[in-house]
Ligand binder design. Structure first.
Ligand SMILES: Cc1cc2nc3c(=O)[nH]c(=O)nc-3n(C[C@H](O)[C@H](O)[C@H](O)COP(=O)(O)OP(=O)(O)OC[C@H]3O[C@@H](n4cnc5c(N)ncnc54)[C@H](O)[C@@H]3O)c2cc1C
Length: 388
């Protein structure tokens, strides 16, 4: 096949991370091509659906620091595009008062002076009706947290990228990558060349990295995205200021359970378990494990008495997990002009604008704006060596 184009940068994968990276590159006047294997928009990766939680409530300071700037970048994009992408709802964090995870989140919020409110057992139900706070659990609210309108985000950022002269080619699967000072990328439709390539292929990352002789310890899991029906319509509604929530751990599971107020589907509240069962991304729906739904049913019955304890709608999505659940934001260890953004471990959406900025910096050979040591590829190799 003949070469179809020469670019400064090719970004592979038009999920939230690839779209923001391409947009940042175009903002820096780089001739950029964004390649996507499916017709856009699609529901086969990790970025689809109407809503995601945005928050600063984290255990680690480095995520809180990144979110400081990230909130500003979300507002900038809203202004630039004239579109509403974020709605403030607050995020209620609940968990056993004495547990390490709950205490760490609470302390990190306090240490970083994030606007927050600690709820006591006495005033809890006055602020948060229709939720039973478990005996021994504490509760804090991250006030500026809220909901991002995910599908709208993708449409907006891809549109802004195109307005800046960026080119999107969807339904064009990358079949091969040939590293070198100029990287050659072959797709189902042609061959392209670029000074740098960014791989943001979500659950398919290792398939692409195989062409560059690298495999990361990534695990792809299917998430059952469950929607639960309100017994009295409106009781958990975003308009009535019901917040997003996270249960750091509980009787039902050591894993987070999280929820968003009814919003995208009136009368239905989205509640999921923050884990799932391993899957092949090309055969996602052959994974039919529902043990997460059993856990959620028990939790809903016990703590959310205003919801029917059977999911009314179940959709599917995928997480790409790293062993420590931190992202991979780095250059390929051998080919510095191949940049990797992967392993977002089910919490990467809110960081989209800042991840786009960081991956753009890496692909331009600039010093990244944040310390990327928690996100290096090398941490996995170091672990392997020390366990030998
Ligand atoms: C149910 C669920 C709830 C979540 N909730 C939250 C939340 O509340 N807050 C939060 O911050 N995050 C949340 N996340 C996580 C967040 O959505 C993900 O971290 C993020 O969407 C990952 O984006 P991505 O761009 O890396 O991957 P993807 O969206 O999967 O994008 C990768 C793209 O690459 C394309 N691709 C792959 N291979 C090729 C190829 N060979 N050629 C061309 N294209 C290719 C794929 O088709 C895909 O479009 C949630 C995720 C799920 C599943």
């Amino acid at each position: 096949m003949s070469t179809k184009g020469e670019y400064d940068c090719i970004v592979i994968g038009a999920g939230v991370q690839g779209s923001f990276t391409a947009y940042q590159l175009a903002k820096q006047n780089r001739k950029t091509l964004l390649l996507e294997q499916f017709v856009l928009p699609h529901t086969r990766g990790s970025s689809h659906g109407q809503t995601r939680i945005i928050r600063k409530a984290y255990e680690q300071d480095f995520y809180v620091h990144m979110m400081e700037e990230c909130y500003e970048l979300w507002t900038q994009l809203e202004r630039e595009a004239g579109v509403k992408l974020y709605r403030q709802t607050g995020l209620l964090v609940m968990g056993p008062e004495k547990s390490q995870s709950y205490q760490t989140v609470k302390n990190t919020l306090q240490r970083n002076k994030v606007p927050m409110v600690v709820l006591t057992r006495d005033n809890f139900s006055q602020h948060i009706p229709h939720v039973n706070l478990v005996e021994g659990d504490g509760a804090v609210v991250d006030i500026n947290a809220g909901v991002l309108y995910a599908d709208r985000v993708l449409k907006t950022v891809q549109g802004q990228f195109q307005k800046l002269g960026g080119i999107i080619r969807d339904q064009e699967k990358v079949m091969d990558i040939k590293p070198g000072p100029v990287v050659t990328v072959s797709t189902s439709a042609g061959v392209y060349r670029a000074k740098s390539v960014v791989i943001t292929a979500g659950p398919w990352t290792n398939r692409l990295l195989a062409h560059a002789g690298l495999q990361l310890p990534l695990q792809v899991v299917k998430i059952n995205v469950c929607y639960w029906k309100e017994k009295v319509p409106g009781s958990y509604d975003v308009k009535r200021r019901f917040p997003c929530f996270i249960l750091t751990e509980g009787e039902e599971s050591k894993e987070h359970i999280y929820g968003l107020p009814s919003n995208e589907y009136p009368g239905l509240v989205k509640i999921c378990l923050h884990t799932g069962s391993e899957t092949d991304p090309d055969q996602r729906d052959r994974q039919t494990d529902r043990s997460d739904i059993d856990i959620l049913q028990r939790y809903v019955a016990r703590c959310l008495p205003g919801l029917s304890p059977e999911p009314a709608v179940v959709e599917s999505c995928m997480y790409t997990l790293t062993p420590d659940h931190h992202f991979v934001l780095d250059c390929h260890p051998t080919y510095s002009n191949i940049v990797i953004g992967a392993g977002f471990s089910g919490h990467g959406f809110k960081f989209g604008p800042i991840i786009g900025k960081l991956l753009c910096e890496l692909s331009l050979g600039q010093v990244p704006s944040y310390d990327l040591s928690p996100f290096r590829v090398q941490r996995f190799q170091a672990k392997t060596k020390s366990s030998l």
